[in-house]
Ligand binder design. Structure first.
Ligand code: FAD
Ligand code: ZN
Length: 436
């Protein structure tokens, strides 16, 4: 019997091109893959049996959650078997301080389950209606509440992982404190499916934040935005949950391309800030405080529509970078100038998670012919500022070769050693993140 025939006996599956099609296309249409077989396990045991066969037969397999990843990690580019976690979709347990969910549970559903229990799960991204917890953990997702609650990694208490050879590693504890040697679960968070398949997670829940308010504040430049961040963190005792930067040029694109949006007031840059804010804290700043949930939603829509508006405007060059927060103003000035030396018509749209030192440092351009050169300029400058060329979206295939350029040889050697130890036959998402 062939490996594929054996896999078909393990769990529900599909070879139907029309069912497979949406799983091998990335949402923006940037990546196209192909697979002979879509596996649809609904239990950890089925994942375990499938991986044991893949390991034994040397059959490559790509794990996929909601297929919202931005770096191609979830796409089978070389006829690998595709394993969707969509049917691993149970909420196993909700307690006051944690929730245990299977990997295929959609992020918005976790937020809702927490809310229904009178608790709060802070991970929040524009893709939360489709992205899964397994994908969020495997990419160590960020989003808009990192400022107060940290990235996905910091929200995990325990994990259940199926190893490349099919063994089940049960680390599904819900302890806040546990100093019993190496914290093995951390290896699988941000590993993009290259070290194991996450099947379930115990996640931290929080009290709902009290007195939340949402403000849209006009500022002169990124330097003023950083000063505002410091001032409001001091005023709130460090309780801001979100601090997002929006440039004038970005807002203009939103107003132009996204229906039913309007400008709150004119300013060169804006900060969208959330936390226990009061009108006094905003003083005589050029600012509005949302007076209703509808107004809050409208303000967030201006921020969350930026990517879509940029896409509608035409080709763009995108960089997901982080630098130390205090360096952001200097970085923006220098990096924009350097890019415009090469592509004078490039229009900068730098927006995003200023409170985390993370900008989506993008440019609208006439065409994409200079994509690689511009990325090199931006990423070299990021390195000179002590930053990261992938702050939250990961490596996948898009940045795999860049990784080797910007990490030290010793880091790369240790990463490869980890990959060889956990996946000696290189069957788990081969060619993603790091080449074998
Ligand atoms: P997929 O795209 O299916 O997979 C992503 C990676 O994880 C792949 O390498 C895949 O192989 C692996 N994987 C998936 N499930 C598992 C599993 N169970 N076990 C092992 N490996 C697995 N990201 C941010 O960090 N912050 C943002 O603010 C943000 N905003 C976004 C906005 C939009 C509109 C979109 C489309 C994307 C955004 N993203 C953002 C990127 C993306 O949503 C996240 O990376 C998300 O965490 C991916 O989840 P997913 O379930 O779709 O994973
Ligand atoms: Zn982001």
């Amino acid at each position: 019997m062939t490996a594929l025939d054996r896999l078909k006996q393990v769990c529900a599956h599909s070879e139907d091109p029309s069912e497979i099609a949406p799983h091998v296309e990335e949402w923006r249409g940037s990546y196209h893959g192909r697979t002979p077989l879509l596996l649809k396990p609904s239990t950890t045991d089925e994942v375990s049996r499938a991986l044991a066969i893949c390991h034994e037969t040397g059959t490559a397999v790509v794990p996929q959650g909601g297929n919202t990843g931005l770096v191609g990690g979830q796409i089978p580019f070389h006829d690998e078997v595709l394993l969707t976690t969509a049917r691993l979709n149970r909420v196993r347990d909700v307690a006051s301080d944690h929730i245990v969910v299977e990997a295929g549970v959609i992020l918005a559903k976790v937020q809702k389950a927490a809310d229904d229990a009178g608790r709060f799960f802070p991970l929040s991204l524009a893709s939360e209606g489709s992205a899964t917890i397994g994908g969020n953990l495997s990419t160590n997702a960020g989003g808009v509440n990192v400022l107060r609650y940290g990235m996905a990694r910091e929200l995990v208490l325990g994990l259940e992982v199926v190893l490349a050879d099919g063994r089940v590693l049960d680390l599904l504890r819900s302890l806040r404190k546990d100093n019993t040697g190496y914290d093995l679960k951390q290896m699988f968070i941000g590993a993009e499916g290259t070290l194991g398949i996450v099947t379930a997670a115990a996640l931290k829940l929080f009290a709902k934040p009290a007195h939340q308010a949402t403000a849209f504040v006009g500022v002169d430049d990124p330097k003023a935005a950083v000063a505002l961040l410091d001032r409001l963190q001091d005023a709130t005792g460090g309780l801001l949950t979100a601090f997002e930067l929006i440039p004038r040029a970005g807002l203009d694109l939103v107003l132009k391309h996204i229906p039913d949006t309007r400008e709150p007031f004119a300013a060169p840059w804006y900060a969208l800030v959330e936390g226990p804010l009061t009108p006094e804290m905003l003083g005589d700043d050029n600012a509005v405080l949302a007076a209703s949930e509808a107004q809050r939603t409208a303000l967030w829509r201006l921020r969350e529509s930026l990517s879509e508006a940029q896409k509608k405007e035409g080709p763009s060059l995108k960089h997901d970078i982080s630098v130390p927060i205090a360096s952001i103003p200097d970085f923006v000035v220098k990096a924009v100038a350097a890019v415009q030396t090469l592509v004078p018509e490039a229009r900068p749209i730098s927006f995003g998670h200023l409170g985390d030192g993370n900008l989506h440092f993008n440019f609208n351009v006439g065409d994409l012919s200079k994509r690689a050169e511009v990325a090199r300029i931006v990423h070299d400058m990021v390195r000179d500022f002590g930053g990261s060329m992938s702050a939250e979206h990961g490596i996948g295939t898009t940045k795999r070769d860049e990784l080797v350029r910007y990490k030290s040889p010793l880091e790369i050697e240790l990463m490869r050693a980890l990959k060889r130890t956990l996946d000696p036959k290189n069957v788990l998402n081969p060619g993603k993140l790091i080449s074998a």
